[in-house]
Design a protein around this ligand. Structure first.
Ligand SMILES: [Zn+2]
Length: 172
């Protein structure tokens, strides 16, 4: 018998997914292997960055490509309820932009690491090395892999979408 009711359980699962997702863990292990030390999920910072280098005043978001619209092949749009999805995606992107702008204005540097650079055939250590280079440099922002200008055309891809929503965690 499960004592947690379904609504509560899905809320718990959602909050679990938002932290410590597979891609984020892969990046953290890579950073750790490079000797970089960081803090996690800075609640007091706009957008709650996933990884924070406080002394360097730099932070990193790990974003799911589907929810945050990287533009890569994972950035599909479900065919049914397209209006609903587009509205959701636009809200996510607007929220992401606001967080980055606010952080930059407060003197933070902000890197965005995309799930597709950490999962599948991608090598998470390359991603970690990008972060290390970016930290050592002076670019205010950085993206890895760089965003793709043109998202793929809408297609129905129910299986991939479901996998992504679990992996990428954030539906915020
Ligand atoms: Zn991507």
């Amino acid at each position: 018998m499960d004592s947690v009711d379904p609504i509560k359980r899905s809320a718990i699962m959602r909050s679990v997914r938002q932290k410590n997702t597979g891609p984020e863990m892969a990046l953290r292990q890579g950073l750790h292997a490079l000797g970089l030390r960081y803090r996690l999920h800075a609640k007091e910072l706009p957008g709650r960055p996933d990884i924070v280098f406080r002394k360097r005043r730099a932070c990193v978001f790990v974003h799911g490509c589907f929810w945050h619209r990287h533009g890569c092949w994972k950035t599909t749009t479900p065919k049914s309820n397209a209006d609903f999805w587009n509205e959701k995606f636009q809200a996510n992107q607007a929220r992401d932009r606001r967080a980055v702008d606010t952080l930059l204005a407060a003197g933070w540097r902000v890197a965005t690491i995309w799930e597709c650079g950490l999962t599948g055939k991608a090598d998470p250590s390359e991603c970690a090395e990008f972060v290390a280079r970016w930290l050592a440099g002076d670019e205010p922002t950085g993206d890895f892999p760089p965003p793709v200008a043109k998202p793929p055309r809408a297609k129905t891809h129910p299986v991939a979408t479901r996998t992504l929503s679990i992996e990428s965690g954030s539906s915020r």
